[in-house]
Design a protein around this ligand. Structure first.
Ligand SMILES: [Fe+2]
Length: 291
């Protein structure tokens, strides 16, 4: 999640909604080379790992080019497909600002890129994570609607005081989600597809749990930001994710959550439907309920 500055004031030079000019001409040759290096690394490993909607979006937006995309032509393509557009921000933005952008089909993307010695390290999301990781799926009409609905729902959640639960939903879907497909598990989360090491780890390591998506389970599961995930949640499809969230009345769910303990991050819970690792074949099982 594009977490979360703790001040409501935009920095000098930013608009009240925290947007700034991208200043595409200001990127150096070294900046563009970082983009191309990261892009090429991911392009090599994402076929048969990323979901089809992401790969189609990558093609549709032609994000390779000569380096960091210029948001103006990018927005012409994206807007024509789903009505979304990318807006530049200087970095982290406050919750309410972020959700307001999403609710209006605007994705805030950092306008800076990591240094050449930080290819596998990010202190906070940069333009590669935000654009390469997030924007291709915004070409998919179903996911585009999910992201808008998430923004709208989160604005309402501010009033319920349940934002930490909504942040977990974002984390385990938009950032670190996996999807079940007939060909095997596939990645759709931006935090995975923009990371070479986690793209491999998420699908192929024997270490993390992979559990079928369940809204309440996800919202009761904390996450860590300083290491690979210890649990990934698997959706049946983007349509299934949209239905699982749009068809829920969140007010009673929030009431239920307020009295429910969190799950251990690394532990399976009764009723979890689990998936084995692998990009081709997979097996499923279920964690037995305690008697
Ligand atoms: Fe992100």
């Amino acid at each position: 999640m594009e977490l979360l500055a703790d001040t409501d004031r935009p920095p000098p030079g930013a608009e009240p909604d925290w947007t700034v000019p991208q200043r595409h001409n200001a990127y150096s040759d070294a900046d563009h080379r970082v983009w191309v290096t990261l892009y090429d690394r991911q392009a090599e490993i994402l076929p048969r790992r990323a979901c089809d909607a992401f790969l189609h979006g990558l093609d549709a937006l032609d994000l390779h080019g000569a380096g960091i995309p210029d948001f103006r032509p990018l927005n012409e393509k994206l807007g024509a497909l789903t009505g979304w557009r990318v807006v530049a921000v200087p970095g982290l933005v406050p919750d309410a600002v972020f959700f307001h952008h999403l609710a209006n089909r605007r994705f805030p993307a950092a306008n800076f890129i990591r240094r050449p010695d930080q290819l596998d390290y990010l202190e906070e999301p940069d333009v590669f994570h935000d654009v390469f990781g997030h924007v291709p799926l915004l070409t998919d009409p179903v996911f585009a609607d999910y992201m808008q609905a998430y923004g709208e729902g989160s604005l309402r959640a501010l009033g319920f005081g349940r934002l930490p639960n909504l942040a977990r939903l974002y984390w385990y879907t938009v950032e670190f989600g996996l999807m079940e497909t007939p060909a095997g598990l596939r990645i759709y989360g931006a935090g995975i597809v923009s990371s070479r090491t986690e793209s491999i780890f998420a699908l192929e390591s024997g270490s993390p749990h992979r559990v079928a998506f369940d809204l309440e389970r996800v919202m009761r599961t904390p996450y860590r930001i300083d290491d690979f995930q210890q649990i990934y949640f698997v959706i049946p499809s983007l349509q299934g994710l949209l239905h699982a969230t749009l068809e829920v009345d969140f007010a009673p769910l929030y009431a239920k959550l307020s009295g429910a303990p969190d799950f251990e991050i690394a532990a399976l819970a009764p009723g979890d439907k689990i998936f084995s690792r692998g990009t081709q074949a997979y097996a499923r099982g279920r964690v037995r309920q305690h008697a």
